[in-house]
Design a protein around this ligand. Sequence first.
Ligand SMILES: CC(C)(COP(=O)(O)OP(=O)(O)OC[C@H]1O[C@@H](n2cnc3c(N)ncnc32)[C@H](O)[C@@H]1OP(=O)(O)O)[C@@H](O)C(=O)NCCC(=O)NCCS
Length: 141
Amino acid sequence: VRAESATGFRTVTYRWRDDFDNAEIDRLHAEAFNAGTSEGRDWRAVLAGRSLGWVTARDEGHLVGFVNVVWDGLVHAWIQDTMVAANHRSRGIGTALIESARDQAAQSGCEWLHVDFEDHLSAFYIGACGFIPTSAGLIHL
Ligand SMILES: CC(C)(COP(=O)(O)OP(=O)(O)OC[C@H]1O[C@@H](n2cnc3c(N)ncnc32)[C@H](O)[C@@H]1OP(=O)(O)O)[C@@H](O)C(=O)NCCC(=O)NCCS
């Protein structure tokens, strides 16, 4: 599935279950979550085995955004690792990634899309992406 959105002067392409190199996800993840250097994770194996799907955003082929959608195999799906390259933020790419993830999860038969996040991201998830605020819990293992 492919969609496009004009973000300023260029066109960003969004794809569901797009092919990717581990290194390009790793670079984006390191930048987005301050991991600094590459973590060497095998994203292809992880996503193939655990995800309903994922959305990539590419600007002239370069990976500039990504979100993973994990699920319970039934009707619940969860947003994980939403990330946009620092030099592409505030152009609506993050919102478009979530919108695409939401559409794909719905088309796959899911009825609920969950996300948890730190307070400072409320303007993004609640304000821009349309999630309803709810209570959630977390245990660090
Ligand atoms: C969060 C993130 C994915 C947003 O991507 P983005 O492409 O910049 O988002 P959008 O342009 O669609 O933002 C739409 C609106 O959401 C809000 N918003 C976006 N990022 C925000 C942030 N980091 N903090 C607070 N509000 C934010 C703003 O209201 C924004 O509108 P504005 O640009 O007109 O102010 C991006 O900042 C990112 O990769 N951050 C680092 C990784 C991260 O924290 N991911 C979330 C993990 S739960």
